[in-house]
Design a protein around this ligand. Structure first.
Ligand SMILES: [Zn+2]
Length: 237
């Protein structure tokens, strides 16, 4: 009934569209760039209903105003970050559940990369959008949070069902693997699959939570200290 489309934008960002295949209603996660996203909506004759924003960085929101002007979609973002986000039509609260016309949304507090980051979990489609909190084989830089807060956010993602699909905000997997290999043993099946996608220029999203738990150093980390060690090493990598 629903499908998720990945739209590569800017240099290495991703925007995502959740489409109800019957009604053609659509939800967009982050709008890093107006044109390619609007063209996709128009070419596929979608009714864009909602724009969900993971966090305030310009490479996730800078196409929002133009897209709203063209489509009339409603913008949803974190209440606590409303002053840094485009004008919100609806203020989301971290930890709350919502119903987007039949599609259930769990808003997960994801502070760490910034204070105010949100992840969007849709249980009916086994899918979480993690913005710049968690990447395939890596995690976001810590710009505003603390190691404790960042670690806590990652534990929330880790608790989702193991077959959850993870759609993150950037394609950084090549560099993430290069770093991960220096600190953990990556399973060979996972490595082969990711490297094949990278070589063929295929997005490495979505990744599967169970593979990330096994191979991503930032999810393997069992304590805040271990997480902080990996994060500092990666900053200087
Ligand atoms: Zn960011």
């Amino acid at each position: 009934m629903y499908k998720v489309i990945t739209i590569p934008v800017l240099k290495d960002n991703y925007s995502y569209v959740i489409i109800n295949k019957e009604s053609k209603d659509a939800i967009i996660i982050d709008v890093p760039e107006f044109k390619p996203i609007y063209n996709y909506i128009k070419d596929n004759k979608l009714n864009l209903k909602y724009i969900l924003l993971t966090h305030h960085h310009s490479d996730h929101i800078q196409g929002v105003d133009d897209l709203v002007a063209k489509t009339g979609a409603k913008v949803y973002g974190n209440k606590i970050d409303k002053d840094r986000l485009p004008k919100l039509d609806f203020e989301l609260l971290a930890g709350q559940k919502y119903d987007l016309e039949g599609l259930n949304l769990d808003v997960i507090k994801s502070d760490g990369h910034t204070i105010g980051c949100l992840s969007f979990y849709f249980p009916q489609i086994n899918t979480v959008f993690t913005g710049d909190l968690l990447f395939t084989m890596g995690c976001g830089r810590m710009f505003e949070g603390s190691y404790e807060v960042f670690f806590e956010s990652l534990q929330k993602i880790k608790k989702l069902p193991i077959n959850t699909l993870i759609y993150s905000g950037h394609e950084y997997t090549k560099q993430n693997i290069e770093f991960a290999e220096t600190v953990v043993d990556i399973s060979s099946d996972c490595l082969v699959e990711l490297n094949n996608k990278i070589k063929s220029n295929i997005p490495t999203v979505p990744s599967l939570l169970k593979y990330e738990i096994k191979n991503n150093p930032f999810l393997i980390a069992k304590t805040v200290d271990e997480f902080a060690t990996y994060r500092k090493l990666k900053d200087d990598f």
